[in-house]
Design a protein around this ligand. Sequence first.
Ligand code: ZN
Length: 293
Amino acid sequence: MINYNTLPDYAARKVIINELCKCFKSIRHYFVGESICKREIDVLQIGNTKNTVLFCGGFHGMEYLTVLALLKYAEECALALKNEDEPLSNALKIRGVTIVPCVNPDGVEIAINGSCAALNFKELVEKVCTNTKYWQANAAGVDINHNFDAGWCELRQKEIELGINGPSPTRFGGKTPHSEPETKALVKLCGSINFERAIAFHSQGREIYFSYGEHTPRLCSVLAQRFADVSGYKAAQPEDIATGGGFKDWVIDKLHKPALTVEIGLGKNPLPLSDFENEYKIVRKILTEATLL
Ligand SMILES: [Zn+2]
């Protein structure tokens, strides 16, 4: 029995992933890169690796329930394959899943374990942040979900208007697009696998964002509506500062593939661990739909 009732810091994730790989030979585990503090970025693949749905979580430090949700879903998929549980097992044989449970390992580590987790960037973190519990960026104070090359300049302008000119716990998009190793790792992954659609997980709000500009594929709104129907989440348009620079935006704008952002949970970040079980019951419906449809 794998224990998901734990804050998913680096050590806890290693335990869960090792356990998953031990239990399920069908899981392919590798690293797509390292964070700025040299923490490995895990990739888990289950089912057909030639054609997949891409799920990513842990973009933002204090949104670590997304990490747990993706790890637990990896187990569900592996279990379905092992037990030949239809329809998920059949679907996975045709189109598998690629899961990046934690895009921003340093950010999650800082939000859970404090500034010491930032290693060489400890001083920087302490300088710009009074309470690391609310940390969102990577260890260098760059918000990974503002660092992608999609409307980056316009977003940077909005950040400046909000007074964000340098490293910050949240919303600083970096000096150039794709400047951060975590962003580069995800871009590299997207170039190395064949994926049909990407779903990025954040918290909170129980909302689904599904559009970015003129290249938004029609399937985005179809998927968003379907996810909303099964989960009770709301399909929504992002606020101004939450548009551009994100992973979903980049996938739509540059790769012209369907991509959505799902905001799990309801309340205030960081969502308490005690919310996980109930939230997972809802979010697994979205994950399953995203895999089956
Ligand atoms: Zn987020």
